[in-house]
Write a protein that binds this ligand. Structure first.
Ligand code: ADP
Ligand code: MG
Ligand code: MG
Ligand code: MG
Length: 400
């Protein structure tokens, strides 16, 4: 057993030398810390004598952004590692392989995906990912279906729920997504010119009702093992390949939470286009492509999820007339509502997205922020009325 300490690059090199089957004894290992997050270290280790490389991710016991004053449980490293293993078992092409881990050191050693790009960066650059909707539809359908009561027996499932109790990271979501944006909070972070919007978020009772219902779903509904942080910064892509990383927020929650994260982040990029694309035609082209991606993500999920249900459900009542339709409809409404919550918090809450915040022109940035808030509010306010993926697209268009 090793006592926890943050690794140096030398520690990381020694650690991976000891993992059987990777580097040869004569490997000349180089290591760089490449983490861009606030909560973890990420070491990239390469061998000068071969094309082999590996990643070591280590959880820090506090959030870097506010110094050491925001403590976070190291158990989240185990949760992330176990979630990665579940995801890789269910979707081997869509998640990194875990090679080794040390729960005392809060370390996961995994496949290096540096030949991929973080999707948020690619989207900002206007890249198209024609296979993305299919891949993420497969990832969400399989990881959510096979960890739910539709497939597992209720006893087995409760064992799994117990393994993924993740209070510290759930609290981050509860505070930053469902609480702070709707009241005065020191965590909120927005420019003075958005005070009118912030005031409206604090005072809109209809919005508060919908957020309360969505928050209740997040707190109470253990439907399936959700990734919990499935934004476009947690997805590595190439035009041919999609790999989901960083499931440290994983817990048993509502299926719509992951779909909502993807949809909300695609729509944040949608709102940002006037800040990135020179010509009006380019803005419209990219926005149209992003809207199609949103409805494709939903339909690719729905097709696969229904097929898994038809072929593999073990729930004795799975074939009850209308049950599948009712279940899928609920997931869609939740996805719409959570997408909206995630958009709103990325504009007025603590943590923002580069799609919007790195727009150089202040006027265009403000325009993107207001568009994102308008869409976000629309998705939250009307989440319980929608019946199809196309309805999400309609709500987006109505918001403008
Ligand atoms: P955090 O939880 O701190 O956000 P991430 O798991 O998102 O950590 O990793 C932070 C960054 O480290 C990623 O954006 C990516 O650049 C890099 N990274 C993480 N995992 C891998 C990997 N398996 N292969 C290559 N790079 C990775
Ligand atoms: Mg990060
Ligand atoms: Mg991350
Ligand atoms: Mg993370």
């Amino acid at each position: 057993m090793s006592t926890y300490h943050p690794l140096t690059v030398q520690d990381a090199i020694s650690l991976v030398r000891g993992i059987p089957g990777h580097f040869t004894p004569d490997a000349q290992l180089e290591c760089k810390e490449i983490g861009d997050g606030n909560l973890n270290l990420v070491f990239h280790i390469t061998d000068r004598n071969s094309d082999k490389s590996i990643i070591v991710k280590q959880a820090l016991p506090y959030a870097k952004v506010v110094g050491e004053s925001w403590p976070l449980s190291l158990d989240r490293a185990r949760i992330e590692r176990e979630a990665l293993q579940v995801q890789y078992r269910l979707c081997p092409g869509l998640a990194p392989q875990v090679f080794s881990y040390d729960d005392d050191l809060a370390i996961t050693v995994m496949e290096d995906l540096s030949d991929h790009t973080i999707m948020r960066k690619g989207l900002i650059e206007g890249q198209a990912y024609p296979l993305f909707a299919r891949h993420i539809g497969e990832f969400t359908a399989r990881t959510l279906f096979y960890t739910s009561d539709l497939y597992l027996n209720p006893q087995e499932k409760k064992e799994q729920v117990r393994k993924f109790i993740n209070p510290d990271l759930c609290k981050i979501t509860e505070d930053l997504i469902f609480d702070d944006p709707y009241r005065f909070s020191d965590n909120n972070n927005y420019p003075d010119y958005l005070e009118d919007e912030a005031k409206e978020l604090r005072e809109n009772g209809k919005l508060h009702l919908e957020v309360a219902l969505l928050r209740e779903a997040f707190l109470t509904r253990t439907e399936a093992l959700v990734h919990g942080d499935l934004h476009t910064g947690s997805i590595f892509v190439t035009p041919e390949s999609t790999k989901v990383i960083d499931p440290e927020f994983a817990y048993y929650g509502p299926m719509g939470f992951d779909l909502g994260a993807i949809i909300g982040n695609l729509l944040l990029n949608y709102a940002s286009r006037p800040g990135w694309d020179a010509a009006e035609s380019e803005v419209l082209g990219n926005q149209e492509r992003l809207l199609r991606m949103v409805s494709d993500v939903w339909s690719e999920f729905e097709i696969r999820f229904r097929k898994l249900w038809d072929e593999d459900a073990r729930d004795p009542l799975a074939k009850a007339p209308g049950y599948q339709d009712a279940y899928v409809a609920k997931v869609l409404r939740d996805a719409c509502g959570f997408a909206g919550c995630k958009m709103i918090r990325r504009i007025v809450g603590l943590s923002h997205v580069a799609d919007i915040d790195t727009i150089a022109d202040v006027k265009l940035r403000e325009k993107a922020q207001r568009t994102a808030l308008a869409i976000g509010k629309q998705l939250v306010l009307f989440n319980r009325t929608i019946q199809s993926g196309e309805d999400i697209v309609r709500l987006v268009k109505e918001a403008e």
